[in-house]
Design a protein around this ligand. Structure first.
Ligand code: CTP
Length: 424
């Protein structure tokens, strides 16, 4: 793999030398580009010696070291063309200034010009003072880049060069090298092993609508058929995952997975929490009843039992299973919810989905309109919006099976880029 490594001017620039070595250890051919500021921290000669390539240093005198001339070399389009020949462009460390330029598409030096010219995946490893990192301008710029598809390798926490303690340390070179090489391998993986991108993952999927007894023959329920959860289980199995299906609806017999049948929300909660330690991802596609009867009758309720024409049933709230799962999960377990809404207006659907994503502290949520005849309960099709903390993706109307595959592709990407729960 050919990697272009962009080094910008921060104290962590010296760590880019270690990163060059780590990438080489993983079989990568590394070419380095440096900003003028970076060259004040580390000499281009260091990177030229380590990489075995001249360093791309300036638009006007593109490579150093080379014979010093008094006339700047003409603008060298050849060096821009390198941007089109690499498998990935990593910028590490990326200063707040470099991130701002990248977010706005500025190209006033060789490094930012290369970033605009490349079509290769862009990996950005920020390193800066904690206040600069937290500044809304920097956060907004990172969101812009993320939304555009750049992979942000989150900085670590610790003592910073400025003397402060907090977030902003460049991620460790080993972690950066691992993240990039893993992502590149996964990107080529589907070509080699179609649909096996969830190999090694174990998914807990819940399905169906829970039923809360009123008496031995009646229950409180909802219209969920379980089809979305079953489609997710089927798609996950065919992509190589192990699946534990906790279902309140009858599972199709062809599903080759562990099936735990439940009836009530409390049973679903205990089955899900029991399985949690064995899984890497949870998808709560079930429609869980928010309430149950305080005192379900032991005998069938008789119509004229109380003599009154009205019948008052006292209900109490069930626990929120997702909240329990999020609280009990092992670090790194991805938790995805569904938001069943009766709002067809996309803006309200999106807002309600995001509200639940944050309130339940999830990694992603799929907001869908369950009142539409072409999506939601009891139909074979669905549509919605997949919302994460960094992005929103419209899932156009399709069969539930097709939508399941789209959702799983997002999950595979979230896992491969290690962006699980980074907001916590
Ligand atoms: N959920 C849950 N436990 C509950 C209720 C819901 O885990 N007691 C999960 C659902 O499986 C779904 C997500 O929470 O993944 C959102 O469910 P939804 O019914 O849309 O929202 P609620 O949280 O119940 O809120 P409201 O009914 O007020 O819209």
């Amino acid at each position: 793999m050919k990697i272009l490594l962009g080094v910008t001017g921060g104290i962590a620039a010296y760590k880019a030398a270690e990163l060059t070595r780590e990438l080489q250890r993983r079989g990568c051919d590394v070419q380095v580009a440096m900003t003028a500021a970076a060259q004040r921290f580390v000499t281009p000669l260091t990177f030229a010696s380590l990489s075995g390539h001249q360093v791309l240093a300036s638009l006007w005198q593109p490579t150093v070291p080379e014979t010093v001339t008094h006339d700047p070399a003409p603008f060298d389009i050849e060096h821009i063309s390198i941007a089109t020949q690499v498998d990935a462009f990593i910028i590490a460390p990326a200063t707040a200034d470099a991130i701002a330029k990248l977010a706005h598409g500025l190209a006033d030096d060789l490094l930012t010009t290369l970033a605009l010219a490349t079509t290769a995946p862009l990996f950005i490893a920020p390193a800066m003072n904690v206040n600069m990192l937290r500044h809304p301008a920097t956060q907004q710029n990172l969101t812009t880049l993320r939304d555009r598809g750049a992979h942000i390798i989150e900085p670590g926490t610790g003592s910073l060069a400025c003397g402060m303690v907090g977030e902003g340390r460049l991620a460790e070179p080993v972690q950066i090298a691992d993240t990039v090489t893993r992502a590149l391998i996964l990107a080529t993986e589907p070509k080699r092993r179609p649909h096996q991108d969830l190999n090694g993952e174990t998914l807990l999927i819940t399905a169906g609508g829970t039923r809360e007894p009123i008496d031995p023959v009646r229950f409180l329920g909802n219209r969920s058929s379980g089809r979305m959860g079953f489609a997710l289980a089927e798609a996950a199995i065919s992509r190589g995952a192990e699946v534990i299906l906790v279902t309140a609806a009858t599972a199709p017999s062809h599903l080759k997975c562990e099936v735990v049948s439940v009836t009530t929300a409390a049973e679903m909660q205990s089955a899900a929490l029991d399985a949690l330690h064995r899984v890497t991802t949870v998808i709560m596609a079930a429609a869980v009843s928010d309430y149950r009867a305080v005192a379900p009758a032991e005998q069938k309720h008789k119509k004229n039992e109380t003599g009154a024409e009205t019948f008052v049933l006292e209900l109490t709230q069930n626990d929120d299973i997702l909240k329990q799962i999020v609280a009990a999960r092992r670090p790194g377990t991805l938790v995805i919810g569904f938001a069943a809404e009766t709002e067809s207006n996309p803006a309200s659907l999106r807002a309600e989905g995001r509200r639940k994503l944050i309130a339940k502290n999830l990694d992603a949520i799929i907001a869908n309109d369950v009142s539409s005849p072409d999506s939601g309960f009891e139909v074979d099709r669905n549509a919605g919006i997949l919302i994460t903390h960094a992005s929103e993706t419209v899932l156009p109307s399709s069969t539930k099976r097709h939508m399941a595959d789209r959702i799983l592709s997002h999950i595979a990407a979230l896992r491969s880029f290690n962006i699980v729960s980074s907001h916590k």
